[in-house]
Design a protein around this ligand. Structure first.
Ligand SMILES: Nc1ncnc2c1ncn2[C@@H]1O[C@H](COP(=O)(O)OP(=O)(O)OP(=O)(O)O)[C@@H](O)[C@H]1O
Length: 357
């Protein structure tokens, strides 16, 4: 008997029964069953992706519940993958679901990823993200990236039809001191829902062959002022020719290349020559900026001419400290003799500390 299950999406002229059939024939691996992975899986499963792969080895914690909305109170302490499997089966009995009850690592990545058409990175750490990137390059699979920090989220599609990869944008893994500390890992429950849904949409567009895939563009969503910016970037063959996985994927130990945003203003008032580069988009810069900042959007850092004069320190700032950290890597590679310092916490941290007028 013909089912009406997908009729409300097959009715869309640009989508139609053919695209539905493509979803049915597709396989997608989702790495991480947390804040991002759950909305991704619920929608891909509901929309009729034929085969889904789940990877995670975590258990449900009470602090997950405000954003990982598939899990409930009675399931605290239970395996995420088991609970997910049961829920997804209830939701759509036709989907084939593979479970990989493990963390993706250097030894299992190629074996697991090789079985799927594309990968969704819904993890929460840099080693996993770089591992997924490298394994996807080796196996020629696209991967959909999503990341969160505070009220900001990022989405992109890497390695799509030979397009730019994660390393074209962020060549090397940030060092330990450049990562947000544990007490700054807060996330508003709804934000992963928004970012995860954008990831799911990119998956569906790629498989169905509709719309314009977010390849070569980093979408930055700011939940506080409800803005979305696209940062364009291109392929860099230096960073995208990968044939084997690295020996290990670990956050490197680190140095002193970061300053707390609250200390920045004191420092700017000293006589020491400095340059403060704001790597946000021009629209964001016009809305709010520090007085001495010059604006060079992150997408222009690779090519724009920059004059350092006698400056021995260059500070990089953005809204939350994430894009500026990424900008630091781009500039450090271009100008190895200059000291670039990321402003940790960015403008958000400075503005939050100011008294209300
Ligand atoms: N290498 C990996 N392989 C598979 N899953 C991973 C890997 N690294 C992280 N994950 C999973 O990705 C998910 C990320 O979820 P999320 O960012 O919402 O945070 P969490 O780890 O559940 O919670 P918290 O950060 O509060 O401890 C987690 O379930 C985590 O176990």
């Amino acid at each position: 008997m013909k089912s009406n299950r997908y009729i409300r999406q097959t009715q869309l002229r640009e989508f139609g029964p053919l695209a539905q059939e493509k979803l049915q024939n597709a396989s997608v691996l989702v790495v991480g069953l947390g804040g991002l992975g759950i909305p991704v899986l619920q929608y891909l499963n509901a929309m009729g992706i034929g085969r889904l792969g789940l990877v995670d080895n975590d258990i449900i914690d009470e602090t997950n519940l405000h954003r990982q909305v598939l899990y409930n109170e009675a399931e605290i302490g239970q395996s995420k993958i088991e609970v997910c499997l049961a829920r997804l089966k209830e939701q759509n009995s036709q989907t084939i679901i593979d479970v990989h009850e493990t963390f993706l690592n250097r030894d299992n990545a190629l074996g697991i990823i090789g079985n799927y058409d594309l990968v969704v990175d819904a993890s929460d750490n840099f080693p996993t993200r770089y591992l997924i990137n490298d394994a996807c390059i080796i196996q020629n699979k696209p991967f959909v990236y999503g990341a969160l920090h505070g009220f900001e989220g990022q989405v992109s599609v890497f390695n799509y039809k030979g397009g730019p990869t994660y390393r074209c944008l962020f060549p090397v893994m940030p060092a330990a001191s450049e990562l947000p500390s544990c007490d700054e890992n807060g996330v508003l429950g709804v934000l992963p829902g928004i970012i995860g849904n954008l990831q799911a949409l990119e998956v569906v567009k790629m498989i169905a062959g509709i719309g314009e895939v977010l390849s070569g563009r980093l979408l930055v969503y700011n939940g506080l002022n409800t803005t979305m910016h696209n940062i364009r970037f291109s392929k860099n063959p230096k960073h995208s020719n990968i044939c084997i996985l690295q020996e290990s994927y670990q956050v490197p130990c680190s140095s002193d290349l970061e300053i707390d945003a609250l200390k920045l203003q004191d420092l700017l008032q000293t006589d020491q020559p400095h340059l403060l580069i704001d790597v946000r988009e021009p629209g964001e810069f016009m809305e709010d900026r520090l007085e001495s900042a010059v604006n060079i959007p992150i997408g222009e850092l690779e090519d724009r001419q920059i004059v350092f004069d006698n400056t021995d320190k260059v500070f990089l700032i953005c809204q939350s400290g994430i894009r500026s950290m990424q900008g630091k890597y781009i500039l450090q590679k271009r100008f190895p003799d200059v000291k670039f310092i990321n402003v940790h916490g960015g403008l958000n941290r400075i503005r939050a500390s100011e008294p209300l007028v």
